[in-house]
Design a binder for this molecule. Structure first.
Ligand code: PMP
Length: 444
């Protein structure tokens, strides 16, 4: 008998392991875990999923419904990862499921332009005031890579400036200071300054004004945990970049359609030159997009000389689930309700920590938040790194045992979705209360 096994039975939330002939060989989680480490590097396809930041076995999830996910043993968790922010409507929302079913019936891929690409592009342009045209990509990484390329072509300059702790995918330019395998010349073209430090920003832009193609920023950072821009910081960045002819790229892969239907630019009343999107606009399927004023976007082939293309760019199923998601968000905006739920969660987490006398800071904007084990405000990567990560690991482990799933890293955002109910938030707060008491005792 072949040793190849496949998970089945996802719909009922239970995983049955079957051999290649489809015969059940039982529910053997350890077999799957061993196979994961054997066939996948580190057992995963994206490093954070390995749980190295918090310890414990990586979870293998087979599916989700509403606010709940199910692991290979049939255990259920209230999910606050929510597809790393993609699933603002929760798992398997009816409009998305319907759109995908219709999409599959039509045929998965045509290879030419599909009408739904136009529909999703229109929805994005109508939502983001700075965006007149978009180009879809297959990931947020590609969207940011393409935005930087447009900026370099448009300005004829090669340097880029980013911010410590912001993440824009893993293309060479934006990973230059954080990954091996990147040419020295690319490293030299990448500058980085601390988030929320206007002086460092102004100095860097002034010193390199003639060489800088763009500044790329997460307008609300989500990849060092949630870090909120201080009052006037983004406006100062806009003014500074305009003055020096440097393009401003807002990476709204997380914030787009999350902090409001108009994203961070709508919330703060800003007009970046280029915007990147991802996550929510695909409704849980692989996606990215870059958008901006027509004149800038026309740099892209076939109109212009910046090449971007892709077999999966504008994939019909992604367009179907993305358009269904945005239409649902527009018809029934969930923002007030999920922001209020997240506010309640914040209050509950702070109460539990206070009762146990464990110092914490919660950074929250709308429905995204991070709890840091620290006494000081968290305004930058250095502040986030100064938090007590062992305490975070302990917190995550105790929560997991109580059926609450949070991102397995202190440098990620938790997401509340439209599928969460007050009871989910109360359950999280109660579990956290208990976890804080254990942390205060130093118990393991
Ligand atoms: N930008 C931001 C702000 C992100 O959070 C991410 C992914 N978490 C990306 C870009 C890259 O997107 P993807 O994982 O789809 O390549």
């Amino acid at each position: 008998m072949s040793t190849i096994k496949q998970p089945r039975g996802i719909d009922d939330g239970r995983l049955t392991t079957v051999d290649v002939q489809g015969r059940s060989i039982g529910n053997r989680k350890s077999t799957i875990e061993n196979s994961a480490a054997r066939y996948l590097v580190g057992g995963v396809n994206s490093p954070v999923r390995a749980f190295r930041h918090v310890g414990g076995d990586p979870l293998l999830l087979v599916g989700g419904r509403g606010a709940t996910v199910t692991d290979t043993d049939g255990h259920e968790f209230v999910d606050f990862i929510m597809g790393w922010g993609c699933l603002i409507l929760g798992h398997r929302p009816a409009p998305v499921v319907r759109a995908l079913q219709q999409g599959i019936r039509r045929g998965v891929l045509t290879g030419l332009t599909h009408p739904l690409e136009i529909e999703l592009a229109r929805l994005i342009c109508e939502a983001a005031p700075s965006v007149e045209q978009v180009r879809f990509t297959a990931s947020g990484t590609e969207a940011c890579m393409t935005a930087v390329k447009i900026a370099r072509a448009h300005t004829g300059r090669s340097k880029i400036l980013m911010f410590d702790g912001c993440y824009h995918g893993h293309s060479d330019s934006v990973m230059a200071l954080r990954s091996a395998g990147i040419p020295g010349l690319t490293v030299q073209e990448t500058l980085s300054v601390p988030f929320n430090d206007p002086t460092a920003l102004e100095e860097a832009v002034r010193a390199h004004a003639r060489e800088l193609a763009c500044v790329i920023i997460e307008p609300v950072a989500a990849n060092m945990g949630v870090v909120i821009p201080e009052s006037g910081y983004l406006a100062m960045l806009r003014e500074l970049t305009s003055r020096h002819g440097v393009l401003l790229i807002f990476d709204e892969v997380v914030t787009g359609f999350r902090v409001g239907y108009g994203g961070a630019q709508g919330l703060f009343g800003m007009r970046p030159d280029l915007t990147t999107f991802g996550k929510i606009i695909g409704g849980g399927l692989p996606v990215g997009a870059v958008g901006g004023a027509r004149q800038l976007m026309q740099r892209l082939a076939p109109e212009g000389d910046v090449y971007h293309g892709g077999t999966f760019a504008g994939h019909p199923l992604t367009m179907a689930s993305g358009a269904a998601t945005l239409q649902a968000l527009r018809a029934h905006p969930p923002y007030e309700r999920i922001d209020a739920l997240a506010e309640r969660l914040e209050a509950g987490l702070l109460d539990g920590a206070r009762a146990a006398e464990v110092p914490v800071v919660v950074n929250r904007l709308g429905s995204m938040l991070t709890l840091f084990f620290t006494e000081r405000p968290v305004r930058s990567l250095a502040d986030a790194k100064a938090s007590q990560r062992e305490r975070f690991a302990r917190w995550a482990q105790v929560l997991r045992r109580q059926g609450i799933l949070i991102p397995p890293s202190p440098f990620e955002a938790l997401f509340v979705s439209a599928a969460h109910r007050a009871a989910d938030v109360e359950r999280f707060a109660a579990a956290s209360h208990a976890a804080m008491a254990l942390i205060a005792e130093g118990a393991h």
